[in-house]
Design a protein around this ligand. Sequence first.
Ligand SMILES: [Zn+2]
Length: 268
Amino acid sequence: MGGPPALECPPMRAPGRRLRPLLAVLSLLVCAPAGAADRTILSIGAHAGDAEIATGALLARHKRLGDRVVMLHLTLGEGGNPKMSPAAYGEQKKREALAAAQALGAEVLFGPWRDGELRDTEEAARWVADVIRQVKPTHVITHWKQSLHPDHAAAHRIVNAAVLLASLEGFESAHPRHGGVRGVYYADNWEDAEGFTPYLYVDVTEDLAAWKAAVTSYEFIRGGISSFPYLEYYEALARVRGAVAGKRFAVSLEVDPFAKKRVLDALP
Ligand SMILES: [Zn+2]
């Protein structure tokens, strides 16, 4: 898949006064913010629905900015419906995941693991590393390290190991090394709240409707399977994160403590 086309921007030489407002508008329309449209964001969740519910609004925003957005669901989360067999619910979850991805404008990939059986093994890290080498993300988002759900905690460790493996020349696979991950971020997920402190806040005010349209592809998010009020919780969470960020709605992300270290020549 080729990269995005180069953007032509209006010249920055001083225009006549009458043209200035027009050029300012053109700049906004034609010239994406610095760094935009060269991002590939890979959001990795343990179960189909995790990436969308916690990061879907962020993905919708970046799609709108011209970036490539990809989701990897390590399992379908097919064990979550007591009224259906895992096989039947797995088929439903896959259909729902495809619909959600289409609504977000995201590509979607599925891992080979079964719900509840995700383990932090070298084999799993190698499999995800191979996906990273193929997708070539600039940004990776996954679960925070502490979770109520063992699959989520395993996903955190697998993904971190995979980002490193993918970058190593010594790790041999069918695809060349990828060392272009600029950052690994952790999603704000109600099951992964222990020790999660919001670090980055991204304004998603313009993207909440797209998020809602996408996530309601899932029956468990619309309600009726779990007693947890997913849609209300995550909309309220986006409002709470937005409130402290001075925005209407925001998505927050955590990073590893070592990633917070900043070395400067002087105070910013
Ligand atoms: Zn999950």
